[in-house]
Design a protein around this ligand. Structure first.
Ligand SMILES: [Zn+2]
Length: 290
């Protein structure tokens, strides 16, 4: 079973194929588990899966996406960002560079739909599905209780932080995310395998750091709206982003887009918490202290 696949582009397919060949993997005898819908995880599954492959995917995301978001979906998405102050010229550049738009799977896929507590048996491994919405609406981890292994997709990352953005399909995504960090904290884990970059063993230490990170961002967002009436676009530069740029203006457009999405998620959280309020003025959503 292959867990997550990389983007649907030649630069990802080539090393994937050569690695599979080195490992002697027969794709006709291979199933797939996709932790969540993002193109860097799901993109290549349509190319790699054979007619006999099972493709396990979470129920929530299977219900609204078949890896083929159309033009209307993206248009709606961008209109939403415009209401949060995202400028049109920047948006055009985002559209051109967005990995979800460019590198998603291009074919309809029939999924084996998984829910919390479902098991997948592979050789000597018995994986339990753990629903962890937050980074995406239906994000799912796999836990092997006997071997104490957690395969966590983008729920926990170690030298970068998972992007927590606004989702139409998941109200208050940050609240879900933080609750699902607690959920995973409770698991007994010796080896944690994240979707990107470094591997570490201590998931609990990292969870505490991630919780602290979002608490700081919430404080920054709250203090940014103290003098009132700001869009998420205007709040975003007040937040400390870990990026090699001298100023907000220098951020690449796609990074501004991800940053504004994160800012909206934090403002959603503060709004649900009764700390900020939101009002529509001249087609823009403005946040101020409640
Ligand atoms: Zn992701």
């Amino acid at each position: 079973m292959i867990i997550d696949t990389g983007m649907n582009r030649e630069e990802c397919l080539r090393p994937m194929r050569s690695a599979l060949q080195k490992l002697g993997i027969d794709l006709n005898k291979t199933d797939f588990f996709i932790t969540h819908l993002h193109a860097d995880h799901s993109g290549l599954v349509g190319v790699l899966a054979s007619d006999t492959s099972k493709i396990y995917f979470n129920k929530t995301e299977a219900s609204f996406v078949n890896f083929q978001p159309n033009e209307d979906y993206w248009m709606k998405h961008f209109i939403f960002y415009a209401s949060h102050g995202f400028p049109e010229d920047e948006m055009k550049r985002v559209w051109e560079g967005h990995p979800g738009y460019r590198y998603s799977s291009r074919r309809q896929i029939s999924f084996s739909v998984m829910e919390e507590g479902d098991n997948i048996e592979v050789g000597n491994y018995l994986f339990r599905c753990i629903e962890t919405p937050g980074h995406s609406p239906g994000h799912m981890c796999l836990y092997e209780a006997n071997k104490k292994i957690l395969i966590c997709g983008d729920h926990i990352l170690f030298d970068i932080t998972p992007n927590i953005t606004h989702w139409e399909q998941l109200e208050n995504s940050l609240k879900h995310y933080l609750a699902n960090l607690d959920k995973v904290y409770a698991l007994d884990v010796n080896l944690i395998l994240p979707g990107h970059r470094n591997i570490w063993n201590d998931h609990r230490k990292r969870i505490i750091e991630l919780q602290e990170h979002h608490k700081n961002r919430l404080d920054e967002a709250l203090s940014a709206v103290q003098d009132g009436g700001k869009t998420a676009w205007e709040v975003a530069p007040y937040i400390a982003w870990d990026i090699v740029c001298n100023s907000w203006a220098e951020f690449p457009s796609l990074q501004k887009f991800f940053a504004v999405g994160e800012t909206i998620a934090h403002l959603d959280y503060l709004e649900a918490d009764g700390k900020v309020r939101k009002e529509m003025k001249n087609h823009k959503l403005l946040y101020s202290l409640a």
